[in-house]
Design a protein around this ligand. Structure first.
Ligand code: ZN
Ligand code: ZN
Length: 159
């Protein structure tokens, strides 16, 4: 996540989504069950674990989610499915997809650092219900959210 959190990032081998996370009636995957699977595959020195999947994610009370995270916990998962222009019948746009993925990843990781939704539209922790919201909100933490997140990374530097 660049210099936003000043943490070292390591990529782990992919793991399959657990079969029990599939909700056949909805043709979607229940993100909470994916988080549970991820936590069962946690390397010892993990500060945070971010999963990225192509699967369309949901939770029981919402028709879809861009991602889910344990607030103040270790794991977060984000889905590419509804971040792709193709999902809306538009031409693929890889730079835009990566920009959205970065925002969603930072947002979900923010939750793992104990952050809740932020009222500021310029903050990456602002709630987004649609991909338009993802595009209009800011790409980084506001001052207040950044202070909280960095205080929990253990990498805070005094200047
Ligand atoms: Zn959120
Ligand atoms: Zn904020």
């Amino acid at each position: 996540m660049g210099d936003s959190l000043m943490a070292t990032v390591r990529t782990l081998p992919s793991i399959p989504v657990p079969p029990e996370s599939f909700e056949a009636r909805r043709n979607q995957y229940y993100s909470t069950k994916i988080l549970k699977e991820m936590l069962g595959n946690l390397p010892q020195d993990t500060l945070k674990l971010l999963g990225v999947t192509d699967k369309d994610l949901c939770i029981p009370i919402l028709t879809y989610v861009f991602g889910e995270a344990q607030v103040g916990g270790t794991a977060a998962v984000v889905s590419l499915a509804r971040l792709r222009q193709e999902h809306y019948g538009l031409t693929p746009d890889r730079p835009l997809l990566l920009k959205r993925l970065r925002k969603e990843s930072l947002h979900e990781l923010g939750h793992t650092f104990g952050l809740y939704h932020c009222p500021s539209r310029d903050c990456v922790m602002h709630l987004s219900n649609t991909v338009v919201d993802v595009d209009t909100r800011g790409r980084d933490f506001c001052r207040g959210c950044h202070t909280v997140a960095v205080s929990k990374t253990g990498t805070e530097r005094r200047r």
